[in-house]
Design a protein around this ligand. Sequence first.
Ligand SMILES: [Fe+2]
Ligand SMILES: [Fe+2]
Length: 266
Amino acid sequence: MDPSRILAVRTAHRKAYTWQDRAALGTVRLLRWGMDFVSGYNSRPADTNTPSKAYIMTEEKWITRFIFLESVAGVPGMVAGMLRHLKSIRRMRRDNGWIETLLEEAYNERMHLLAFLKLAEPGLAMRFMVLGAQWVFFSGFSLAYLISPQICHRFVGYLEEEAVITYSKAIRDLEDGHLPAWEGLQAPKMAIKYWQMPEGQRCMHSLLLYVRADEAKHRDVNHTLGNLDQNMDPNPFAAKVRAQVQSVTGSTGGLRQLRENSRKET
Ligand SMILES: [Fe+2]
Ligand SMILES: [Fe+2]
């Protein structure tokens, strides 16, 4: 990935226009509030009027938070990909290139988790929490995706907005000198290999920038998928579709033209 694009990532918010958008956003806000409340999360730096040391985000607290959140983040892409795969088989129809992007997202989130696991060893309590969260989230998200995939993609879009905010706060804490153990810390070897981190950009700070860039991509992808017709529209992020868009852009309506083609074929 181009380093300038990684640095250019910013937090962003898509306005909620419909009741479906508001339902997705409300659910994300409720989950975030619950998670922050239970974990005592507050990213205020230590030198401001922080009421208690318990609220200061240390390296250990950040890693614990990352591991828990990434263990949950790997679920939606896999569930969505699996359900679309089964639907394609069941209805004996093409999927229009969605499955590949969804599974890729799940794989990417799992790589985030594996990278952070190289920096910490979760205890028994954490493992039980992940187990419980996976059971609840997998069941809930699967059911919700069967009912309304569109709301689910919007939900993931808003969830990823929060992920970008979280990583931006961690990056700021590191840049402000509040996480001394991470200053100059090398990123794990598997992370360097996975993101193909160039020489001179293989520290913890770079790792957080790469992860945040991935979250921003998931945010934009899922908000886009949430805008599309779930049954008829081709996935504009699929490699094959991108190539086709390029080939028709200019003379015709790009994605609109592909959508028409796809409808004719199915
Ligand atoms: Fe992630
Ligand atoms: Fe994510």
